[in-house]
Write a protein that binds this ligand. Sequence first.
Ligand SMILES: NC(=O)c1ccc[n+]([C@@H]2O[C@H](COP(=O)([O-])OP(=O)(O)OC[C@H]3O[C@@H](n4cnc5c(N)ncnc54)[C@H](O)[C@@H]3O)[C@@H](O)[C@H]2O)c1
Length: 259
Amino acid sequence: MGIMEGKRGLVVGIANDRSFAYSITESLVREGADCLFTHLPGEKMQRRCLKAISGLGIEDPWLRPLDASSDEHLDEVFESIKTDFGSIDFLVHSIAFADKDWLQVGKFAATPREVFNQAIDISAYTYAAMANRAADVMPDGGSMLAMSYYGSEKAVPGYNVMGVAKAALEATNRYLALELGPRNLRMNVISGGPLRTMSSMAVGGFAEILDWVEQKAPLHRNISGSDVGNTAAWLLSDYSAGITGQVVYVDSGYSIVGL
Ligand SMILES: NC(=O)c1ccc[n+]([C@@H]2O[C@H](COP(=O)([O-])OP(=O)(O)OC[C@H]3O[C@@H](n4cnc5c(N)ncnc54)[C@H](O)[C@@H]3O)[C@@H](O)[C@H]2O)c1
């Protein structure tokens, strides 16, 4: 029997079969979970997301459009979860956005206000916005997860405003954990190593980051999506019942190295 048997939850962030959310779903489904999904609005996005989900052997999934920058969309998604299922057990927040023109080496200081605010809104605020709504459909408690990166705590060339947004995301996780803990709701973040996905390709110098990690990380390799997926399944399961508010590194050990 899998460690997620009997649990149902929402996964936000599958764009295609390279997304971290895809690998997380793969592990969750293997462990017995029932997953619900959203896609960015638009026929093309819906088609890509459906294709990835069906690649996991899930036919006819529960799938709704969601632009997480819209409170109305967020309300609709969680209200329809309540109507259709009554309650859920977990939430996966695996989304981020920043204008790629400002994710280039040497272009942080001049980041325009709207670019800065949008990055924080979509990449950090939406975690609180989703957690607050998810809490209402988790009356018996549950586990929530978001995805971060080392650029939240060290200045990584080219990661720029996304690093600021990830610092906000990790702090948001701690405050949510403190406030929602008494309701038996756990909140954790995985700080993932670099992985080639649609989003990461927007970061200037990404190929160099991958090479650097391979050379310097204790495991001398980059991570795979399933490294993150399997850790995510554990954090969303009862096997991590005493863990909340944490940042868990799935980065081949890169973050412990000084030089
Ligand atoms: N790929 C990496 O190297 C890496 C490393 C560490 C952390 N992360 C984080 O992992 C998470 C997933 O990214 P990924 O690398 O799988 O890339 P991805 O492009 O596959 O996924 C990003 C997702 O964000 C969604 N998204 C963007 N704006 C949205 C909005 N307004 N509303 C709803 N959804 C929106 C996209 O539709 C997409 O599904 C992100 O938080 C990212 O920052 C990525």
